[in-house]
Design a protein around this ligand. Structure first.
Ligand code: SIN
Length: 474
């Protein structure tokens, strides 16, 4: 007798693994392009997990900050779900083996980041929260009998029967193609940072899952809203850049121009802790006028212990951040838009679900609040897993399968050109004329990345007023 069709999960980051663990005991097959934690943006996350866990804090306060950051474009029901589930998410992660940082008295250490009205961010291993969380979830998934994993495969198509998604097409590195059937398909493929010349995401976070869903006819929403992190480590010619976490500015680090003047004084009352889009635009301008640096010398000897990931990234490039300013640049960081879903993760296509950054349930509005993304992955991943736990295996049917494959990829030179085009025209500062010119350029490209870029450009052109991370000079 054949094993029953599993739930198929495309992507092995925090959202995919939280869903995989939540669906137990229903069988799951997790498909990813890379082994273990490699390739998952979650593992690179340096911020932590926001939760109203401190004394006197309340989910309603966390919700208010989430909506202010999102320019009130947020789905309020979703914001309530996220902020009210946050403390439970932290406890669940502890049960999976994550050890959050505590003070000498054993209390959780709470950090502060831009947009939060107080310290409310839990961290693990200082700035290594994403890596620590992913290590624990990968270990939990390895020991869970209902979870199978297959790495080094690209999912480049969806299989439908009678209008319902019931499987995926796999493409292996050696070109071998196959089809896997499942009772449901969850996309947890992350964001689109890889489509930009500078990103804090791994290059694999290139919108491939979003493109797949759109090609199969699933609705997408809010594609114009892309968050740029103001401080990635500036390394000329490098595409996927190490992040220089905002928590450094929470701890007192300051942004400077080439002659050592403050970049943020007088720009916003919160100065270096102004909303991320405000800081990103200022750093973007400074980078065109001579450069931008983050001065964190005041952290002194505590730097390596508090921020081990940033410390190592700087030292590896010959910069000692205890005594030298860190060169920084804005980088594409998070996509608030994506495959449209309801609060549970259902897309407009029966049988297809989406969770994490690839999905858009409206929780982040027009700009995501710091440290709400790992949180979303855990909260929404677990909710979706629980929804699909009782889903019966697909029944055998006589009708024919329909295979909807993504278009082929762009060639390497065109992809480089597209990334530059996206950075210049869909970056922190946008104008209608530049976006129209880029649209014509993308229309002449053959690969799926060109089609996705066109849709993002169209959404950004259609939104004529600045909102959140979408800032138009015209
Ligand atoms: C950071 O550590 O600066 C990023 C945190 C986030 O994106 O939430």
């Amino acid at each position: 007798m054949n094993a029953p069709d599993p739930v198929l999960i495309v992507g092995g980051g925090i959202a995919g693994l939280s869903a995989a663990l939540g669906v137990a005991p229903t069988p799951v097959l997790v498909l990813s392009r890379a082994q273990g934690v490699k390739g998952a943006a979650s593992a690179m996350a340096q911020g932590g997990i926001a939760a109203a866990i401190g004394e006197g804090d309340h989910p309603a306060d966390h919700a208010r900050d989430t909506c202010v950051a999102g320019s009130h474009h947020n789905d309020l029901a979703m914001v309530d779900i996220l902020t009210q589930s946050a403390v439970d998410a932290v406890h669940w992660l502890e049960q999976q083996g994550v050890v959050f940082d505590r003070d000498a008295e054993g209390r959780l250490q709470l950090g502060r980041e831009g947009g939060h009205d107080r310290s409310r961010i839990v961290h693990a291993g200082g700035d290594a929260t994403g890596a620590k969380v992913m290590q624990a979830l990968v270990a939990a998934a390895r020991s869970a009998p209902h979870i199978q994993r297959r790495a080094d495969v690209d999912v480049d198509g969806l299989v439908l029967r009678d209008g319902r998604v019931c499987g995926v097409c796999l493409l292996e590195a050696d070109g071998t193609r196959s089809v896997v059937h499942g009772r449901a398909v969850i996309l947890a493929t992350g964001g689109i940072g890889g489509l930009f010349a500078q990103t804090s995401n791994p290059a694999d976070a290139d919108g491939s899952g979003l493109a797949l869903a759109i090609q199969a006819g699933a609705a997408a929403r809010d594609l114009e809203f892309v968050q740029f992190h103001p401080t990635a480590l500036a390394i000329p010619g490098v595409h996927s850049l190490p992040l220089v976490t905002e928590a450094l500015r929470g701890a007192g680090a300051r942004l400077l121009d080439e002659v050592g003047n403050s970049l943020m004084d007088g720009v916003h009352p919160l100065a270096d802790l102004a909303p991320r889009d405000v800081v990103a635009r200022r750093v973007w301008r400074a980078c065109r006028e001579g450069g931008a640096w983050l001065d964190a010398h005041m952290l002194g000897a505590s730097f390596p212990k508090q921020f081990p990931t940033v410390f190592q990234a700087c030292m590896a490039r010959g910069i000692d951040p205890r005594v030298q300013p860190i060169p920084v640049t804005p980088a594409a960081h998070f996509h608030m838009g994506g495959v449209a879903t309801d609060a549970e993760g259902r897309t407009s296509l029966p049988g297809l679900y989406a969770v994490g950054e690839v999905a858009c349930n409206g929780v982040h509005g027009a700009n995501r609040l710091a440290s709400n993304s790992l949180l979303e992955g855990v909260v929404c991943g677990r909710r979706l897993g629980q929804l699909l736990r009782d889903m019966p295996p697909a029944e055998a049917a006589e009708s024919h399968y329909q295979v909807l494959r993504r278009k082929p990829s762009l060639d390497a030179a065109s992809l480089l050109h597209l990334r530059d085009l996206m950075m210049q025209t869909m970056g922190p500062v946008r104008s209608g004329a530049a976006m129209h010119a880029a649209l014509a350029d993308c229309a002449a490209m053959d690969g799926w990345q060109g089609t996705l870029a066109q849709m993002m450009l169209q959404a950004a052109i259609a939104r004529q007023q600045s909102l959140g991370a979408h800032y138009r000079v015209d």
